[in-house]
Ligand binder design. Structure first.
Ligand code: AMP
Length: 220
């Protein structure tokens, strides 16, 4: 199965991508995670993108496109993949299409996570990320067992610089300017399905699995 998860920051794409990736044993390809890894590891690419990521601006198309196409060429993506946070511009969508066409494959579904700016801001300002293993928690929806400490590796949790309210507002504005047009782009080719990002994670996951079964993407 090849999926694209589309929607504003804080709509729950990452949580669903993780659940679906475990269920179908296909890679969760999050451009945000990949770029943050590069920044953390202080690679050449990390240096190039650090400032964009920190202030919540989009990394230039040519850089992100190269990263994604390289990732899609790895053997584990042969059986399928879940793209989370890519494409985010029309140019990225077109380049993705071109690359997939060359591989003779296509996206099965684009899942559009609909939510309001209020929900996005609430979700992201409560999100805490582990500095060690990168796992996400949430102060209210998914609190760690011990305040400020990762359940899995014991390292400290922090609030992402770009999850601060002012930066989230800017990311939402960029989403409206650059990414919203992709909804129509994918609607026009018939692959778009809309879900409510406001639903509780397990409920939304069941709804997605039911939809995939009804549309014969998976066995009932
Ligand atoms: P995310 O974790 O998906 O919210 O992404 C965090 C940050 O990574 C974004 O604010 C951008 O700076 C950068 N980023 C992630 N995906 C993309 C993309 N497809 N195009 C451009 N920049 C991206």
């Amino acid at each position: 199965m090849r999926l694209v998860l589309l929607g504003p920051p804080g709509a729950g794409k990452g949580t669903q991508a993780k659940l679906l990736s475990e269920k179908f044993n296909i890679p969760h390809i999050s451009t945000g995670d990949m770029l943050r890894d590069e920044v953390r590891e202080k690679t050449e690419l990390g240096h190039k993108v650090a400032e964009f990521v920190k202030i919540g601006e989009l990394v230039p198309d040519d850089i992100v496109i190269k990263v994604v196409i390289h990732r899609l060429s790895k053997p584990d993506a042969k059986a399928g993949f879940i793209l989370d946070g890519f494409p985010r511009t029309l140019k990225q969508a077109e380049e993705l299409n071109k690359a997939l066409r060359e591989l003779n494959i296509s996206i099965d579904r684009v899942i559009y996570f609909q939510t309001t700016p209020e929900v996005s801001i609430k979700r992201l300002s409560g999100r805490r990320v582990c500095e060690g293993c990168g796992v996400n928690f949430h102060l209210i929806n998914m609190p760690p067992k011990h305040e400020g400490i990762c359940d899995f590796c014991g390292k400290e949790l922090f609030l992402r610089e770009d999850d601060k309210e002012e930066t989230v507002k800017k990311r939402l504005e960029i989403y409206r300017k650059e990414t919203v047009s992709l909804i129509d782009y994918y609607k026009n080719n018939g692959s778009l399905r809309e879900v409510s990002g406001d639903l509780e994670a397990n409920k939304l996951n069941s709804q997605l699995l039911k939809m995939f079964a009804e549309e014969k993407l998976i066995a009932k």
